[in-house]
Write a protein that binds this ligand. Structure first.
Ligand code: URA
Length: 435
């Protein structure tokens, strides 16, 4: 088989066979196919797409390109959850303990933040001592003993995605539905869970800017699940403003603690109840979404979800005294208020701008090897729908950066708030579930 013939076929909009896709993935991972030919094929896929069958095969070939972790000897269905990323998205850290306190087992690998989006692994590492790498054996043991584990993407899983993603990043081929869907799903499927809930975000702070794009990606990933006999469901949720109030690593962990104690922001808590009910149904712990939701609420109110979070943090080496006394977390030396310059109602908060602003304050990374300031970020004081008076606090900046950066970011955060005389938007957008 010749790689140039495979490129030619995709260039001419023809369907690729399993043998051809397998030849490409194996050859690229083994360095037998060079970057320039892989780039040409990626661009042909980007331009001409792939059908459901090809996407299923591509995902499966990527899945088996490295180690595949098997959790089948642990009793019960193992669940996993993935968000396509956003600003202030700390859902996994709230949702995990909520569903696990109800008996689900969460086995999850997560990513780091890049650009305006945060990453679950960075948030966890803001807890002193918390370790985000484990061997296969340790991962399995924690799923069995604690019922919840979150580690970084293991380097032996899905090497095809690692190489291909780096190549896509420099060849303008990231934003292709078949390539995004196979990238996300191959990693998820290789890490061993039986059921996966995807949260596909749309809006200014998300990868997918419109609801149509989000639906398309979600449907493609659910279809991959069908092709490969896995229970995959996808919810579509908006990222037209940051989720919750806190953006930035230890600031978000503090909000997670508040939420698990029943004092969290409404949008975050409601999304966790919605997602958690679906996951408990997927795990076959409840067959009714309302009953599942009741159990989740009960475990927030009786403290079991918070206890599960502490157990999980302790199991991964984190210092639980920080969870019990969040005032122990580092605080930045500069704490800068941003006040409104007008009266009105908050109609929109540009999540992308807030995410970038938090990154510039030190809370995120521009390049993969940048070092994050765990205490830096932004805490909003107003959300969409809120009334605001001139001079009222919109947000607070936390940073160790200098005056010049603070002044620029202050302006960026101020302009991220769209304040109008009237409320001209729908405040309650229904969540959509694709299954
Ligand atoms: N996240 C991934 O893991 N892969 C993509 O291609 C895009 C987002």
């Amino acid at each position: 088989m010749l790689i140039e013939e495979i490129i030619e076929k995709k260039r001419d909009k023809k369907e690729l066979t399993r043998e051809e896709i397998s030849f490409f993935i194996k050859g690229y991972v083994n360095n037998e196919i060079p970057d320039y030919q892989a780039s040409a094929l990626l661009m042909a896929i980007y331009l001409n797409g792939m059908n459901k069958k090809e996407i299923g095969i591509l995902t499966d070939e990527m899945r088996v390109s490295g180690e595949v972790w098997d959790l089948s000897d642990i009793p019960g269905l193992k669940v996993d959850k993935h968000s396509t990323g956003g600003v202030g998205d700390k859902v996994s850290l709230v949702l995990g303990p909520m569903v696990c306190s109800c008996g689900a087992k969460l086995a999850k690998m997560s990513g780091r933040g890049l650009g305006h989006t945060g990453g679950t692994i960075d948030k966890l590492e803001s807890i002193p001592g918390f370790k985000t790498t484990q061997t296969y054996e340790q991962f399995k043991k924690q799923v069995k003993d604690v019922g919840m584990v979150i580690i970084g993407q293991d380097k032996n899983i899905d090497p095809a995605d690692k190489k291909l993603y780096a190549l896509r990043d420099v060849t303008a081929t990231v934003s292709s539905i078949p390539l995004i869907a196979s990238s996300i799903m191959s990693k998820k499927l290789a890490s061993g869970a039986d059921c996966i809930l995807l949260d596909v975000k749309y809006g200014s702070g998300a990868f997918m800017k419109t609801i149509e794009e989000a639906k398309n990606l979600a449907t493609t990933m659910v279809d991959i699940g069908k092709e490969l006999n896995k229970d995959v469901k996808a919810e579509i949720t908006d990222m037209d403003q940051p989720l919750g109030y806190a953006v930035g690593n230890n600031l978000e962990v503090k909000e997670v603690i508040d939420t698990l104690k029943g004092n969290g922001p409404k949008d975050l808590y409601e999304l966790c109840l919605y997602s958690g009910s679906i996951m408990l149904k997927q795990a076959k712990i409840f067959d009714d979404l309302d009953k599942a939701k009741e159990a989740l609420i009960e475990n927030i109110n009786n403290g079991k979800a918070f206890e599960k979070f502490k157990e999980f943090v302790a199991a991964q080496g984190g210092d639980v005294s920080y969870i019990e006394n969040p005032e122990k977390f580092d605080v930045c030396k500069n704490i800068v208020p941003v006040y409104s310059k007008e009266d009105g109602f908050v109609n929109r908060i540009d999540a992308l701008a807030i995410g970038k602003a938090s990154m510039r304050l030190g809370g995120g990374r521009e390049k993969l090897d940048d070092i994050i300031d765990m205490a830096a970020g932004i805490v909003l004081n107003k959300k969409i729908g809120d009334k605001v008076a001139k001079g009222e606090l919109l947000a607070t900046l936390y940073t160790n950066k200098n005056e010049e950066i603070i002044e620029e970011v202050h302006e960026e955060v101020l302009t991220a708030f769209y304040i109008k005389d009237k409320l001209e938007i729908e405040t309650d957008k229904p969540h959509i579930l694709i299954e």
